[in-house]
Design a protein around this ligand. Structure first.
Ligand SMILES: NC(=O)c1ccc[n+]([C@@H]2O[C@H](COP(=O)([O-])OP(=O)(O)OC[C@H]3O[C@@H](n4cnc5c(N)ncnc54)[C@H](O)[C@@H]3O)[C@@H](O)[C@H]2O)c1
Ligand SMILES: O=P(O)(O)OC[C@H](O)CO
Length: 353
């Protein structure tokens, strides 16, 4: 690591902006970091003015995190390579569907000894019928190590300064301290574990379950049914990690990235909210995303699609009936009311005595 560690935040949406408050404050306060933090902002016009100019003048991301001031040392930069070229730590925090393109743009343009940390919840489809973890894509394309940070972290609540926990998954112990220093705050407590793949998989899969929780809310089936969906979702998450990421630890599910994130998402997240409206309004998920989220992006439906792509290819759809049903409901192959029939005879109910 450099004497003064340069940090770049790649992304400035709802979570990117909330985390910029913490990272910016830590970079300004701690001697190991360079004070100036660059933040790549996907440029757009807001009432005739560039978003980067608004952020640099008012220190507020008026589109994605209205009402919160960013530290003045966080500088919005509209050019991705310009923002990232001097960074020793690259924090990736964009909706997952954009990451392959970002990696292509950054290839050969960053410091060779930089490290990355991904806050992105989602997967990408891989050749051969499987899926890729976003951190693996970053490492493969940019040839740098990539840790992950996932947890029960609804961005607006983190920005408010309400207490929460998070999990950093980092296979290389030597980066654990600098990453914790960068993210830890009085209200944002970091636990570092080595089980990085399982941490990341938890972060991605819980967004699928959140859609199921939203359907249950939309159908007004009540809290017992929602608890069943959350529990079966957790069991499918554990099974998924068992099957596809063997060697992971069950204890990881008890970190913030596991059960805690599942709970917060199924009660307070965007995926839940839009999925509820999908049932009550009869509109498409794409239309509701545009209507309700003002440019923010849903991760649950595309993640359900990516997971189904792999399960279908491997003939495993029936082993993950909740994930499968949620994907089919999102894509109108099933009606929301069919959800419960799909999970009534879940493999979890078939355990022998
Ligand atoms: N928002 C949360 O509460 C939260 C919390 C934890 C993790 N996450 C995860 O963090 C990641 C980023 O989420 P977010 O909430 O910061 O983003 P967001 O949902 O607010 O997405 C909007 C961002 O996408 C950018 N964007 C739109 N079109 C683009 C394009 N064509 N190319 C590139 N960028 C484009 C916008 O400029 C904006 O920065 C996701 O994987 C999400 O699951 C979000
Ligand atoms: O609003 P959601 O559904 O994208 O969830 C946000 C976070 O992932 C919660 O930790």
């Amino acid at each position: 690591m450099a004497e003064k560690v340069n940090v770049c935040i790649v992304g400035s949406g709802n979570w990117g902006s909330a985390i910029a408050k913490i990272v910016g404050a830590n970079a300004a306060a701690l001697p190991e970091f360079e004070e100036r933090v660059t933040m790549f902002v996907y440029e757009e016009m807001i009432d005739g003015k560039k978003l980067t100019e608004i952020i640099n003048e008012t220190h507020e991301n008026v589109k994605y995190l209205k009402g919160h001031k960013l530290p003045t040392n966080v500088v919005a930069v509209p050019d991705l390579v310009e923002a990232a070229k001097n960074a020793d730590i690259l924090i990736f925090v964009v909706p997952h569907q954009f990451i392959p393109n970002f990696c292509k743009q950054l290839l050969g343009k960053i410091k060779p000894n930089a490290i990355a940390i991904s806050l992105i919840k989602g997967f990408d489809k891989a050749e051969g019928g499987g899926i890729d973890l976003i951190s693996h894509i970053i490492t493969r394309h940019l040839k740098i190590p990539c840790a992950v940070l996932m947890g029960a972290n609804l961005a607006n609540e983190v920005a408010e300064g309400n207490f929460c926990e998070t999990t950093i998954g980092c296979t290389d112990k030597k980066y654990g301290k600098v990453l914790r220093d960068l993210f830890q705050a009085n209200h944002f407590r970091v636990v570092v574990v080595e089980d990085a793949d399982a941490v990341e998989v938890c972060g991605a899969l819980k967004n699928i379950v959140a859609c199921g929780a939203g359907f249950v809310d939309g159908l007004k089936l009540g809290d017992n049914t929602k608890a069943a969906v959350i529990r079966l979702g957790l069991m499918e998450m554990i099974r998924f990690v068992d099957v596809f990421y063997p060697g992971s630890k069950l204890s990881t599910f008890f970190e913030s990235c596991g059960v805690a994130d599942l709970i917060t998402t199924c009660y307070g997240g965007r995926n839940r909210r839009v999925s509820e409206a999908f049932v009550t309004s009869g509109k498409t998920i794409e239309d509701l995303e545009k209507e309700m989220l003002n440019g923010q992006k849903l991760q649950g439906p595309p993640t359900a699609e990516e997971v189904n792509y792999m399960l279908k290819n491997k003939g495993l759809e029936d082993k993950f009936p909740l994930f499968t049903a949620i994907h089919k409901i999102c894509t109108n192959q099933l009606k929301p009311k069919d959800l419960i029939d799909c999970i009534r005879n879940h493999p979890e109910h078939m355990q022998t005595l």
